[in-house]
Structure formats: structure tokens, C-alpha cells
Design a protein around this ligand. Sequence first.
Ligand SMILES: *[C@@H]1O[C@H](CO)[C@@H](O)[C@H](O)[C@H]1NC(C)=O
Length: 459
Amino acid sequence: MALFPWDYDSLEGLWSGDMNKPDIREGWKLMIDSFVGAIVVGGTNSVAVLPSKGSPGGFCLRISDDKTPQADFRAVAWALSNEKPLEPLIVCSRGSMLYVLSAKGKQIIGQLRGHGGEITSIVVHPSFPYLVCTSSRDFSARIYDLTMPPRDKPNNPHWPPSSAPSLGGAPHGLQSSEPEGIGIGRCLVVLCGGPSGGHEAAVLGAAFHPTHPLIATCGMDRAVKIWRLPQMSFDKMAREDKPLFSSTRIHKARISTVSWLGLDVLATSSAPALMRRNGDRNDLYFEDGTIAIWRWLGFDRFFPATRPRPSKVMRGCASDYQESSSFKLLSVVPISQSARHLHVAQTHTNDYVIAITLPDRVYLHNVSDFEPRVPPAFPLDQDLVTSLSSKLHLDDDGDEDVQTVPTTHVHKTLPKGTEIAVPNVTDDLQASVLGFYGLLLGILDNKGRMWIWTDATQA
Ligand SMILES: *[C@@H]1O[C@H](CO)[C@@H](O)[C@H](O)[C@H]1NC(C)=O
């Protein structure tokens, strides 16, 4: 589900202020009045828009075809186009198809094909709301521009030594030979998967940088990557296969969410990791997933403060796009293994709050309360060589010699959060979304019921 993300003041920040004109401002106020607090929820073969309390305009759109008789709308997001900035769009995906709906017209206005696998998430650019990034199980992420019509014919680069345009299609991150779709939307950028630097498994999430031309992605391959947004051009699709940063050392299991908390600080969260105890094949257990708050140390290298405009070409070295150590973990905390969904939002005091949905309740955690990581003991209490040599043995059955986890990896617990228990719910909660600077919380369960909470202490 997705909460309508804009308010009266958002117009100043959108389109870098270009749309902040008197005539649009009037209409913007009216649009906000009718959509503020609206939530779009994806379901099986349907998308529902729930307006905020008391305002009309709710609807449910059933979308089905014969090819995929039973399929869920897995990812939804709100977007705006340049031509009609006062008519919000809903971008949603079912399988590998991307749909664009008009929230006022209550109908489909665009249908796009491109991904070779299920779309897992949709994010919209924070200041250019017509740019939409979709992440997919086909190992790639694509960036669509909703101001352009779909492409009829492919315009792919040639693949040397051939001099004719490649007909590779979606599996290679190229345009397919068939028309891209109908209505609005055109893919301008593909962040390719594959061994040259892209994701090597499903991509599960993405996040546009708030101010700089960067996008972070995360996925099933335990990797989080930060990419430069390539130069977008109307007629050619840009393919990017080398990120500026890539690391699989931050989490031990698939990374399901990524968010920017600042210029160079990110928050990522991972699923529980399946581990083997003492190397025993049959002795398996799950280690808690974690939330990691970390700083990307390469930001100043690519965006030096002395350079007002970012350089045209940015090329990292192999260690950046293969396995980078240019990061510093600020805080790592475990999350409950029963956590189903995690959402990061900013509050009116500019703090970040993480909403974690458990089967029967939701916790809100203030990121400021996360404890910094404990530095390793120094000077080492025990002489390392002496302690190692005491463990030396030639036989291979030293079972009693249980490996101890280094103390730096022992996580603190999550800080105490605000607990929100939903009455009469045992294990149905699916997701929660926090918006309007933390003043509105929506909670969804698997029967399609929705709870809306507001902060009563704020007007
Ligand atoms: C988060 O914690 C900080 C530091 O304790 C505090 O100043 C801030 O008000 C908190 N924010 C919220 C939304 O509770």
C-alpha cells in the first residue's frame, strides 16, 4: 500500500520549484484537500483507493485478463505527470506488468511491459514525481518517465562486433522488439543485473537519493548498491551495469528495504539468516535479521564539495562495484523474526521513525535512539597469538571447541519503541505505512481491513 505523499508545501520542493506558480498553486491546494490521507492498496486483480475520512473519491478498480487469472498487485506508488500535475497518478504492478492509473479518472491510462520477472517494488523520485523506479526479480531495476509515451520500436545499442542494433530484449536489459505498451510511460534507464557489477539475484527495493543523482538498490543477493543516475535521453535507453558502490558485507541475508536518511547515510534491513551451528549440516537455525544504519564513505569522492555540478562521467574502481569496503556501520540492531514489513518515514521534527509490523502489533522506533556500535576492545585483553595457539589441534573432531562470535558482532537490542496494538487482531497484520511527518499511520491486515491512526497530540 502507499499513502498519498504530498501536502500543501510540497509544491516548493517538487520539479525543483518550477511548478510553484500562482495558477498551479490554487489547484494544488484543491487537489491536496481531496487526496490528503488517501491510501492506495493493491489486492488480487484489483487496486483500491481509500480516501481519508469524510472525503469522497474512493474506488476499487478490478483489472484482470486471461493470461494471469489470479495475480496480486504487489507494488503501488503515487506519481505526478508534468502535463497534468493536478491529477495524481497511481503506478502499480502485477507480475511483470506496470500499470498507470488516473486517480481522478478512476481508470487505467497506461500499461507497460519491460521487466522479465515480477516487479517487487515501485518508488517515485522525491523531487521529480514523474520518474518511477521499478525493481524486479529479473535482477534489474528500470526507471520510467511518465511524461513520455511508450516506445513502439526498439532503439538498442549495437553489441560489438555486430554493427546492427541488438535484438536482445528484456533478459539483457534491452528493449524488446514488441511495442513497450499503451498510454503513458517510457523506460529510460536500466540498472542491469549480472556479473559486471549489477545484482546477481532478485532486486527487492530501491530508493532515490533526496538531492543528488543517485539511486540505491538492494536485493536477494545480500547486496546493496548505489548507482549514479545516467544521463537520460528521449530516444535511447541508458544501460548502467556498474554501480558506484556495492557491498554484501552489511547484512547476512537478503536485504528487503533500503532508505536514505541523509546525504550519505542509509538504513537497510534484512531478513533472518539461515545459519549452521558448528558446521553441522543438520543443525540449522535462523539468526535475526537486522536493521543497519551506515554511512557510505565514497560520497565525497564522487561529489566533492568544491565541484558545484556533478561531473559528467563517474567511474568507480573495481573495488567499488565488486565488493566495496567504503562504508561505516553506525548502528546494527536485530529485528524480530516474525516481522512482516518495515517502513521508514520522516517526522515533523526531522527524525526518522521505523515502523515494524509484527503479526499482531506495530512498533514505531525512533532512529535517534539506536545505539552506536560497540568498538572492539583495544588494547586486546589477551595476546591474540597466545589465545590462538592454545586452540591449535591436529585432529579434526574438536567439537567442544565451539567458535565464539566476536564481541563486535553481538548486536544491541532494538531501542524501546512505541507499541501500537490493534484490537481483535491475532496474526493478520501485513503492512503499515507512516506518513505526513509521522502524524498518520495506516495498518493493513490480510483480510483487507485497514486501520488508520492519527497523532491526537498534534492538531
Ligand atoms: C527521537 O529521539 C530524539 C532524541 O531522543 C528526540 O529529540 C525526538 O523528539 C524523537 N522523535 C520522535 C518523533 O519521537
